[in-house]
Design a protein. Structure first.
Length: 377
């Protein structure tokens, strides 16, 4: 009998998750058990931090608040390490969007401190994961860092998330729904129990988002809205925790990573670029594998995107003036040897990726023209 002597480490979930309409208030006692001198990391553009007043009102907490800037990058981390040392911090709290939370997690990792994540929107599952994405100071994706653990505490306060713009939740839906299209193609034929579980959870996540997203966006703060926020922040994180890297990111995220190197895309949110990347991935499957189901899935997504307002073309991402040379540069970066794109079950060259990106856009533009013609007739 042979056995596998190599232990596999799974970082599945935060040590504790608190969620509810006033979850931050309920979380204070748990925060006090983690530390009394927290360094709170917030985003550069964070304006209304009045919801954190419940923390500042506690005399037991000696709080220092800092902004990460200019991005979730190495220079930001180095400055924050100095801030944590000067404050004699015994706890890191991240309050913000995905990049802010990734910054807080990596800061805590390097300082060997506990970390609390408090997402201010439903835009990503960064509050959950044991991973931080690192960018350049100008916002171009560079690499990711695996962390020693998931957060010690995740506080999903619906009252805080409800103050975010609706666009952030739409982007979160795009980021989360990618889990199905990426995990199913990279791990859908696996016989490993936890990978099977992750892929099936990704399917459930997709179905929840198809069924509830429109209603959620029409009724912010309502029951369906809470379910969709749970899906984008929590369930998306579960899938990556169970399935690991190959159930977390494939071609859709690789396209995102390449596009971040084009300054014209920087106003687009993470999940918006990922959503476009799903369409490109499905187009690759259609072009290189002759996968007719991928074409059907792409049309289903296009209809869904139209309903909730996700981008479907390069122009929708602010890249209407992009050149083929610029697109090839992004595609080359998306296809580099260590890219998540190579978790696809077939090889992809930069030229093929460019063709998929261009043809995806052209097909949608043609669909819009046909639709406009039908309406005008």
């Amino acid at each position: 009998m042979t056995t596998n002597s190599t232990a596999i480490s799974l970082l599945v979930a935060p040590a504790r998750v608190l969620r509810g309409k006033s979850a931050l208030t309920d979380a204070i006692e748990h925060i006090l058990r983690l530390g009394q001198r927290p360094l709170i990391v917030v985003g550069e553009h964070s304006q209304d931090l009045s919801q954190l007043q419940v923390l500042f009102d506690r005399p037991e907490l000696d709080i220092e608040r800092v902004r990460y800037t200019p991005d979730c990058c190495e220079s930001s981390i180095e400055r924050l390490i100095d801030s944590a040392s000067e404050h004699h911090a015994d706890l890191i709290i991240g309050v913000g969007g995905g990049k802010c939370l990734d910054t807080a997690k990596l800061l805590a990792h390097r300082c060997q401190l506990a970390v609390v994540t408090i997402p201010t929107s439903g835009a990503t599952c960064a509050a959950w994961t044991a991973l931080s994405n690192i960018y350049s100071e100008s916002g171009a994706f560079l690499y990711d860092v695996s962390l020693a653990k998931c957060p010690d505490l995740l506080v999903l306060d619906y009252g805080i998330v409800a103050t975010a713009s609706q666009r952030t939740l739409v982007a979160g839906i795009g980021d989360a729904i990618a889990k199905w299209y990426e995990a199913s193609v990279s791990s859908g034929h696996s016989a490993q129990t936890l990978l099977i579980a992750a892929v099936q959870q990704a399917r459930v996540l997709r179905d929840i988002l198809f069924q509830k997203s429109a209603s959620a966006l029409q009724n912010p703060g309502g029951e369906d809205w809470q379910e969709v926020v749970d899906a984008t922040v929590l369930l998306a994180g579960v899938i990556g925790g169970l399935g690991g890297a190959q159930c977390r990111t494939v071609a859709a995220h690789a396209v995102h990573n390449g596009l971040t190197h084009l300054p014209g895309s920087h106003h687009a949110l993470h999940g918006e670029k990922v959503a476009y990347g799903i369409l490109v991935q499905l187009r690759l499957q259609e072009m290189l594998q002759g996968d007719r189901l991928a074409a059907t899935a792409r049309q289903q997504l296009l209809d869904f995107y139209s309903t909730i307002g996700l981008p479907k073309t390069l122009a929708d991402l602010g890249l209407s003036e992009i050149t083929i040379a610029q697109l090839h540069h992004a595609a080359t970066l998306a296809c580099k040897p260590d890219s998540d794109l190579h978790r696809l079950p077939f090889a992809v060259m930069p030229e093929q990726l460019v063709a998929a990106m261009v043809s995806t856009t052209i097909i949608e533009v043609e669909n819009r023209l046909v639709g406009a013609g039908a309406e005008g007739s």
